[in-house]
Design a protein around this ligand. Structure first.
Ligand code: BMA
Length: 917
């Protein structure tokens, strides 16, 4: 391994003069490193000519070793000491030039991987992009051109290697890469890897690497201008470069179209052969045996006799196979068939464990290691079952033979600036999904392909991934170049990701197929319309579908979300997945969800505000006087969104008494609304086999459909989700004078339990109580109790506004699900202000808070002011005189928590005199 410092190496005298002390420090550091690493091969240096002399000494030693033997593939990360500067214009001239711009002043330190917005922020040139309305003040950044540079110190031993390549794992986006004054690449797709052969351009000593990023929109417009169809179709130019569309703003996200080296970059050197890929194909997976084929793709530069070795196993078990092979020049595919008896299978969360099998492949020539690579996977069969049935065509994921009801949410990018997403954030959000009993996330198509870490976590947590390809809500160009570009992108990404057991579907795009009848900015001529549609079909059911079938044949492909795969639909024939926006975008009542005959709901949602601490992070006190202040509106990206929340609020609850109450009540409203949808979709199984609500997370602090805010704080919806996605759900439904109590089970075996139904007055008086033994049918939804109003209230006429029903299911004496049902619309329920007592005591590693109310208290929220805490549950319903314990963990002390403890229930958010909510 090369491990010498990747120090910025420049001999620029002006820079030396201006930052003398920094250089002396670097120089000394480099000196120490060199003396420690005389046998190393490559150096990136940051110093003056004197240092070069030392480098030469190093070179001599290195050369002696290099000439004696073949070497392992080696990588030098290019992740240190970058600089960036703003160009004097939009950067288009420098981008199109074959020579780099002349070195000029204005350089600032940069981070790679990173982006220009974060670099400007760290350099103190801009203030927090998320604060107040700063977004609008920072739009100049995307209009400018930017240049990044670093230097690479190279010694002859590197040049003695057969191949030396510059590798970029992600460049955002259009840019020109210059090495030693020569343009070596013009990447135009942030979702592809760029590998550039630079051996002939490198020389011993200091090599200059420069990257020019023009204004992204200008670059896109230049490509669009070359497409004769562009003018006629009126498609947006931003689709012409492959850049995450959310960067241009979305209905939950700000516009920060950034630029930069956003994924790792490195130099790679190798001799004779290099492993390009290891694919563990799962040919057939059963409980008794797993038949695998481990395909190793090796690129060789000439005929080479090698020994290929494969070590594999799960946990500590290690088995190995090896085979001598003669590689031919070019791509070579070697396959090791493997049969594993009684394999440990990977299951989605809730159905079993997630064991991971590890594979280590190494390749040697004459006893010298040339290359090695690790791969891992979980063994499972994944089928998207689409069969004709009485409702149309099914749409269900069958994993290891089990039809799984998909429970989850849609995932958007975790930050407007991807490099800010750290391991802690990935784990927190994905663990939160699992903790809320989700088993699937849909990675939405307007963002970017995620990092390895994201998918590793999904594998580990048993979260199935519905993986959109990164296309969203825009017509894509139909040019030949574009089609080739996206083909290479899909091949690269699917090859990169196909071993992940969590990925159970590749889906072409987000909502582009829905645009089928779109007519541009006016009436498009039929021929133009037809051409657009043909291009769409070629791309999403041709190019990308074929890439999926070739690269990842074991994972199903779906053309778009939503889609019926071009089947005709009717009221009685449904097929494919749906985005149900009747609620929110079309103003329907939440009960509308109950009428929907969908086979799989991949989006439905309702917005809320984040909690006060999150709001405080981007506002001043005057911004927090109403949800309609300019700053609050700047953090609402869906047009009239705040108005929509207000409208539904008054429909269901009333008028919150102040700003803080509005925030809280908006979360309860969202949670109650999505609960109606989620429960009704689950009750409909097997007709409906998936419920993914829009959306799990946020990319900045904002009013949005998310259930977890930008800072990872759970909104009410996330707590509700844990209940409505519970493996066994008791779900009462009152309609047409009849109360039906369903139990929905995701368990694979029947369970014996007890179902209890009580009708209670909000003040606490029990009107009716029944308990019965039930055998809960596995993988099913069934009504276990059905009563009419006459049965329920046989004792005489009662005031339904004063009553509620409560149901619970226990197994082995332990309550596993409980729920409430009301007999009149929310607003008519006679809730009174409850005197809720809260007693907090230390318990285990945290604290227990026992909540108790003499009367019904809905959506009781426990909080601690400015202190962040984790809650075992929250936004709970307190039944009259039935205490509930919430376990709290926090860094704060008991006294601090006590001092700030606050309890709020739904009725408290509204004016005391009004009890019509
Ligand atoms: C959808 C999504 C997103 C959008 C959301 C809310 O249909 O696919 O594009 O953010 O609705 O409008």
């Amino acid at each position: 391994m090369w491990d010498l410092a990747a120090c910025r190496g420049t001999l620029d005298e002006r820079r030396i003069a201006s930052s003398g002390s920094q250089l002396i420090r670097n120089w000394r550091l480099a000196l120490i490193r060199i003396s420690l690493n005389l046998s190393k091969r490559v150096i990136m240096i940051s110093s003056r000519k004197m240092l070069l002399l030392l480098v030469v000494c190093t070179i001599v030693v290195a050369c002696i070793r290099a000439s004696a033997e073949l070497e392992h593939r080696e990588r030098l990360p290019l992740d240190h000491s970058w600089e960036f500067r703003q160009l004097s214009d939009d950067g288009m001239a420098a981008f199109e030039d074959t020579k780099p711009p002349a070195t000029a002043a204005g350089w600032l330190p940069a981070t790679v991987p990173g982006d220009v917005h974060l670099d400007l922020l760290h350099a103190g040139k801009i203030s927090d992009p998320f604060y107040r309305d700063n977004e609008s003040k920072l739009q100049w950044i995307e209009k400018a051109g930017w240049e990044y540079r670093t230097s690479i110190g190279i010694i002859p031993a590197v040049l003695a290697r057969e191949h030396v390549e510059l590798v970029f794992k992600g460049l955002d986006t259009a840019c020109a890469v210059f090495l030693n004054g020569k343009r070596v690449a013009q990447p135009n797709n942030m979702f592809r890897e760029w590998r550039i052969d630079v051996k002939s351009l490198l020389h011993a000593g200091i090599n200059d690497l420069q990257i020019v990023f023009p204004s992204p929109m200008k670059a896109a417009e230049a490509v669009a201008a070359k497409d004769p169809w562009h003018d006629r179709t009126h498609t947006g130019p931003k689709g012409y470069i492959r850049k995450a569309v959310y960067e241009f703003g979305w209905d939950w996200g700000p516009r920060f179209a950034t630029s930069g080296v956003y994924r790792p970059a490195y130099l790679e050197a190798w001799d004779d052969a290099r492993i390009q890929d290891v694919f563990v194909e799962q040919e057939s997976i059963h409980a008794a045996s797993a038949n695998l084929n481990v395909h190793i793709n090796i690129l060789a530069s000439k005929e080479t006799k090698i020994l290929a070795r494969l070590d594999y196993g799960v946990g500590k078990t290690a088995l190995h196979l090896e085979r001598p092979i003669t590689l031919g020049p070019g791509d070579n595919l070697i396959s090791f068939p493997i049969d594993i008896a009684h394999p440990q299978l990977w299951y989605p969360s809730g159905y079993g464990d997630q064991p991971i099998y590890h594979f280590h492949v190494s390749v040697s020539e004459n006893g010298h290691d040339l290359d090695s690579r690790d791969a891992k996977t979980g063994l499972r069969s994944a089928v998207l079952r689409q069969e004709l049935d009485k409702w149309g065509r099914s749409f269900e994921f069958v994993i290891n033979g089990i039809p799984i009801f998909a429970k989850g949410a849609d995932v958007i990018p975790f930050d407007s600036f991807p490099n800010r997403v750290n391991s802690e954030k990935y784990r927190h959000i994905l663990q939160s999904a699992k903790d809320a009993n989700m088993n699937m996330v849909r990675l939405w198509g307007g963002g970017y392909y995620e990092t390895q870490e994201f998918y590793d976590l999904c594998d580990e947590l048993g979260l199935m991934v519905w993986h959109d390809l990164m296309f969203g809500n825009n017509w894509q160009p139909g040019t030949y170049e574009f089609k080739q570009n996206i083909q290479k992108e899909a091949e690269y990404q699917m090859m990169r990701l196909r071993n992940h057991p969590s990925i159970v579907l590749w889906s072409g795009n987000n909502e582009t197929e829905l645009l089928r009848d779109w007519d541009g900015k006016g009436q498009l001529p039929p021929a133009v319309h037809e051409r657009i549609w043909q291009d769409y079909l070629t791309e999403f059911s041709g190019v990308l579908a074929t890439a999926a079938a070739r690269i990842d044949p074991q994972t199903p492909y779906w053309p778009s979300s939503p889609s019926a795969d071009y089947e005709e639909l009717s009221d009685t024939y449904q097929s494919g997945d749906n985005h149900d926006w009747s609620v929110w975008h079309q103003d329907a009542d939440f009960s509308e969800y109950e009428k929907r005959p969908w086979r799989f709901v991949s989006e439905y949602g309702f917005q809320s505000f984040p909690e006060m601490k999150t709001i405080e992070s981007f506002t001043t006190p005057e911004d927090r006087t109403s949800i309609f202040t300019p700053v609050m509106l700047a953090h609402q990206k869906n047009g009239d969104g705040n108005k929509i929340i207000e409208t539904y609020m008054s429909r269901y609850f009333g008028k919150p008494k102040d700003f803080a109450s509005f925030l809280y009540a908006s979360q309860v409203l969202q949670a109650e609304g999505i609960k109606v949808g989620a429960e009704s979709f689950r009750r409909r199984r097997p007709e409906t086999m998936g419920s993914l609500f829009w959306q799990l997370n946020d990319c900045w602090p904002v009013a949005s459909w998310s259930s977890i805010d930008y800072y990872g704080r759970w909104k009410a919806l996330q707590y509700y989700a844990r209940r409505f996605y519970a493996p066994v759900l008791v779900s009462p439904h009152f309609g047409n004078g009849t109360l039906s109590v369903y139990i929905v089970s995701d368990k694979t075996v029947p369970e014996d339990g007890q179902l209890r139904l009580r009708i209670i007055e909000v003040s606490g008086k029990i009107i009716m109580e029944t308990t019965k033994n039930v055998t809960i049918e596995p993988l099913a939804s069934k009504i276990y109790e059905q009563l009419t109003v006459t049965d329920l209230f046989s004792s005489g006429p009662l005031d339904l506004t004063n009553l509620f029903g409560t149901v619970d299911v226990s197994v082995g004496g332990e309550e596993i699900s409980s729920n409430l049902v009301f007999f009149v619309p929310s607003k008519q329920i006679h809730l009174n202000h409850a005197q809720i007592s809260a007693v907090i005591t230390p318990a285990g590693r945290g604290f227990d808070v026992v909540l108790r109310s003499p009367i019904l208290a809905r959506a009781v929220c426990l909080s601690f002011g400015s202190i962040d805490a984790q809650f075992s549950d929250n936004y709970v319903n307190l039944l009259p005189n039935e205490p509930q314990t919430i376990h709290v963990t926090s860094n704060a002390t008991l006294e601090e928590l006590k001092a700030q403890m606050k309890i709020l229930s739904l009725v408290d958010a509204f004016q005391a005199q009004s009890n019509d909510h």
